[in-house]
Design a protein around this ligand. Structure first.
Ligand code: 9Z3
Length: 366
């Protein structure tokens, strides 16, 4: 058996778990973080000036590299559909959207025409010039040379979607309400989240008009840089033993320190339906934010549950107060659609959040 952890220094029960402070002071920040945050600052200022609400949508899965010169990494299933779809609905509600997503995962608008869904090339039709025409004669003046014509090849059934996507994409571009940043590793994700929250929480910033919609599937475990092998892990020494550290729970500093007034929505993913609601409630108790949206892996496109604390059990800014009567201190709302429905569940999720956020802004929400 070989131990992946450099110098056989796998974390033992007595080794300290990573606090957020320890994590940020020992792990590498992504290249060009400052430039990325400058871009965010400009976007936020421009939209804040217009009084818009702003949402940070995180989307897609993070990777965990196993080597410093990375050949291998751990990944997860998320395609970023939830985040990309939700971003479109936030845009339609006139939010300015910071779309922080895993590189090459689904993106708003583009998701409708990926390599597998409505393949983009199938939409284009080419019409070759008539080769007998004198205008293709090589000595003809350039302006007279016939060029192939490209047109959009669509059917009456496909046209409404295409028009809707094109119009909405154009509207969003003209308004300047979508700003995209990418991450790959869990380190990228954690540094970006802290940096963006810092910008959104700045004094002259949007305050309560900010929502965090944390739909990215973030790894719970990582290999600290100090324990990583430098080079590609070699085979031939038997089985591989990897001991990973826990990723620090950054919802805590997000709620308490980085974003004093933001409306925070986290997602809880489980595969065992029995533990979904207890886990979601536990997260609300631990972090004191506003909403946990629970979903199960296989039904996530058709069924989610909003888990919130009742007003009486929320302290200032959603900080939870332990109620004596257990279950009655929480409320749950299931949102479901038929599996063959035309509607996307994100439309319903976002509409509910926009309403709750409105109350939060006016000081009536929890
Ligand atoms: C989610 O639960 C998202 O809804 C999905 C969306 C990742 C399931 P897809 O991208 O899937 O549309 O394919 N996101 C949060 C997952 C997560 O990492 N949550 C942490 C946890 O469950 C807490 S922040 O412990």
């Amino acid at each position: 058996m070989q131990n992946l952890n450099k110098g056989n220094t796998g974390s033992s029960p007595e080794s300290e778990p990573f606090s957020a402070e320890k994590y940020y002071s020992t792990q590498p920040e992504p290249a060009r973080l400052k430039d990325t945050l400058d871009g965010i600052r400009k976007f936020v200022a421009a939209n804040n000036e217009k009084g818009r609400r702003i949402v940070l949508v995180t989307s897609g899965g993070t990777t965990v590299p196993l080597e410093l010169n990375m050949v291998r990494f751990l990944d997860n299933f998320s395609a970023g559909t939830r985040g990309a779809t939700s971003a479109e609905y936030f845009l339609s509600h006139d939010y300015a959207v910071i779309f922080m997503h895993r590189q090459f995962s689904q993106q708003p608008f583009l998701r409708h025409y990926s390599h597998s869904t409505n393949p983009f090339l199938d939409l284009l039709q080419i019409e070759e010039p008539d080769t007998n025409s004198p205008s293709v004669f090589p000595t003809a003046p350039r302006s007279e040379i016939a060029t192939p014509k490209v047109s959009v090849n669509t059917t009456p059934e496909a046209l409404p979607l295409l028009l809707r996507v094109l119009r909405e994409n154009k509207r969003v571009k003209e308004l300047g309400t979508l700003h995209t940043v990418t991450f790959v590793t869990v380190d990228d994700y954690l540094f970006l989240l802290r940096g963006i929250a810092g910008v959104l929480g700045e004094k002259e910033g949007p305050g309560r008009r900010v929502m965090y919609y944390l739909a990215a599937a973030v790894s719970d475990f990582f290999l600290p840089r100090q324990k990583m092998a430098e080079h590609k892990i070699q085979s031939g020494k038997g089985s591989l033993h990897i001991e990973m550290d826990q990723v620090p729970k950054i919802l805590k500093p997000l709620v308490n320190e980085w974003t004093p007034e933001g409306y925070i929505v986290s997602f809880k993913l489980e595969t065992d339906p029995q533990i979904l609601i207890p886990k979601a409630r536990g997260a609300l108790d631990r972090y004191g934010h506003q909403v946990v949206i629970g979903n199960e892996l296989h039904t996530r496109k058709y069924r989610v549950v909003f888990v919130e604390k009742n007003a009486s059990t929320n302290g200032p800014r959603g900080k939870s107060i332990q109620a004596n009567d257990g279950a009655s201190s929480y409320r749950e709302e299931w949102v479901t659609i038929q599996e063959d429905a035309e509607t996307e569940i994100e439309e319903l999720i976002v509409a509910r959040l926009v309403e709750r956020h409105g109350k939060w802004i006016s000081g009536r929400g929890t």
